[in-house]
Structure formats: structure tokens, C-alpha cells
Design a protein around this ligand. Structure first.
Ligand SMILES: NC(=O)c1ccc[n+]([C@@H]2O[C@H](COP(=O)([O-])OP(=O)(O)OC[C@H]3O[C@@H](n4cnc5c(N)ncnc54)[C@H](O)[C@@H]3O)[C@@H](O)[C@H]2O)c1
Length: 255
């Protein structure tokens, strides 16, 4: 069983959105002593978020702007984070976009945009960190899928989103299988409705009540619900969990 180095870094993509899952995750992980690498679209926001995290939690943090759909920029961002921060032990692929376009109105550009960000983006970051984790013989990767993958949509987003998030589960399982021999685990989290702004803006109480009707738990999810699940799956003690999809969805999907 491999152990973690004393100083370790978690890279989180999609971590600057104020009310988003990624932002809650970097707070949660920094509070646990993880050093933090941030990747999101806007370089200045990545850097200011990293500064806030470092000041608030007394950890090292660094941010680099990159579009996860562009492999060259993802690789270069992770090169920089690796040079600036302690050993990369974890990657959380949180960056993503919604897509409310109905199937019959769908144009190729929308299909490609969503697949490029929500699926290819996860692959590009995973592929780059895997190279370092294989050398270090330790790693934890968590990918954010969605209940949309399991239920054929049925959320705010429609087909390309559901397809990309189903692809994330396939990518999780296949990379878990190939990377396991290096003590790298790869898991997915499949959130149900979470109170962020991704579903066409901040949720009104009326929409929250509507979303809650299908759940067994009596509320929509919080970003902390997902951050805590990510923290669990990247922890040192989670090394025997790999290739799994953890549904953090208030009981929306049971199988
Ligand atoms: N909120 C929910 O109900 C819910 C449910 C299931 C899954 N998810 C998934 O959780 C993840 C986080 O979503 P959220 O709800 O926090 O939304 P959000 O919009 O608050 O956060 C998304 C983040 O990703 C970043 N991002 C978008 N495109 C990018 C790109 N091309 N390159 C780099 N960064 C990019 C954004 O700038 C933002 O910081 C997404 O993958 C989303 O699909 C959310």
C-alpha cells in the first residue's frame, strides 16, 4: 500500500465560479491541508482565487488559466502547477458546462462544444496528471459525472450533456483499470441537483421545491455535499476504491 507524501497537491479544474462545486471543493480540501492547483478559463481569476485560498488556509496555492477543451493549454497549465507546487497526488475534474438545447434543435457546434469540454477536457487533464502519478506511483483522480448520465437526461441539460457525462463514467472505469497497477485510483461522482448557477442561473425556491419532489432526501444538494465526497475519494484511506461511481444525488437514482 502506497502512502501519501507529507506535502501534497490537489488540482481542481473549474474552481473559480463563486457558487460552484469546484470553488467549494478547493475550500474544503485546503481546510484539510491539501495544497491547491486551480485551472479555470480566466487566468487572473485563477490567480486571485489561489491567493485567497493560500491566505485563508495557510496552504500553497497556484492558479493557471486554461480551457480544458484545449489539450495543449491543459498540459501547459499542469506543467506550471507541477513546477510551482508540491507533488500532485490528486486531480478533481470539475469543470463543465450545461446544455439545455433539445435534440431536434441541436446543431453540430453545440454537440462538439459540450463533448469537448465535458468529456475530452476530463481526458486531457487526466492524461497529463497520469504521466506524473505513474512516475510517483501514487494518485487519486475524481471525475464529476451527473445523474443525467444514468437517467438519460431529465435535468436542465439535454442529450450532449448526458452523453458526455456517460462518457465520463466509461473513461473513469477504463482509466481505473489501466492505472491501478501504479496505485492510482479513478472514481466518478454523479451529483443530483446541486444549488449552483449552472442550470440557467440561481435556483428559485420554487425550482428547488420542484427538483426536490423526485428525491428521497428533502432538499436539493449543496456544493459542500459534493466537496466532501471528493475529499473522501481522494483521501489516503480510499486506495481500495476504484472504477466506482458514487451517486451524491439525494437518492434520485437507485440501482
Ligand atoms: N449543479 C448541479 O446540479 C450539477 C449536477 C450534476 C453535475 N454537475 C457538474 O458539476 C460540475 C461543476 O458544476 P457547477 O454546478 O459547480 O457549475 P459552475 O458553472 O458554477 O462551475 C463550472 C466551472 O467550470 C468552469 N469552466 C467551464 N468551462 C470551462 C472550460 N472550457 N475550461 C475550464 N473551465 C471551465 C467555469 O468557469 C466554472 O468555474 C460540472 O461538471 C457540472 O456538469 C453539476
Amino acid at each position: 500500500m502506497s502512502t501519501f507524501p507529507a506535502e501534497r497537491t490537489a488540482i481542481v479544474t473549474g474552481a473559480v465560479s463563486e457558487r460552484g462545486i469546484g470553488r467549494a471543493t478547493v475550500n474544503y480540501l485546503a481546510a484539510q491541508g491539501w495544497n491547491i492547483g486551480i485551472i479555470d478559463l480566466d487566468d487572473a481569476l485563477c490567480k486571485s482565487t489561489a491567493k485567497e485560498i493560500a491566505a485563508e488556509y495557510g496552504v500553497q496555492a497556484y492558479g493557471v488559466g486554461a480551457n480544458v477543451a484545449d489539450e495543449a493549454s491543459v498540459r501547459s497549465a499542469i506543467d506550471t502547477l507541477e513546477a510551482e507546487l508540491p507533488q500532485i497526488v490528486a486531480l478533481a475534474n470539475v469543470a463543465g458546462v450545461s446544455s439545455p438545447i433539445g435534440y431536434l434543435e441541436l446543431e453540430p457546434a453545440e454537440w462538439n462544444r459540450v463533448l469537448n469540454i465535458n468529456l475530452n477536457g476530463v481526458h486531457y487533464a487526466t492524461r497529463r496528471v497520469a504521466e506524473s502519478m505513474v512516475k510517483n506511483r501514487i494518485g487519486r483522480i475524481v471525475n464529476i459525472s451527473s445523474v443525467s448520465a444514468q437517467r438519460g437526461g431529465g435535468t436542465f441539460s439535454k442529450t450532449p450533456y448526458s452523453v458526455a457525462k456517460a462518457g465520463v463514467i466509461g473513461l473513469t472505469r477504463a482509466t481505473a483499470r489501466e492505472l491501478g497497477e501504479y496505485d492510482i485510483t479513478v472514481n466518478a461522482i454523479s451529483p443530483g441537483p446541486i444549488d449552483t448557477d449552472i442550470m440557467g442561473g440561481t435556483l428559485s425556491q420554487e425550482r428547488k421545491d420542484e427538483l426536490t419532489k423526485d428525491l428521497v432526501v428533502n432538499r436539493v444538494g449543496s456544493t459542500r455535499d459534493i466537496a466532501a465526497a471528493i475529499a473522501f475519494l481522494i483521501s489516503e484511506d480510499s486506495g481500495y476504491i476504484s472504477g466506482q461511481t458514487l451517486n451524491v444525488d439525494g437518492g434520485l437514482y437507485m440501482h
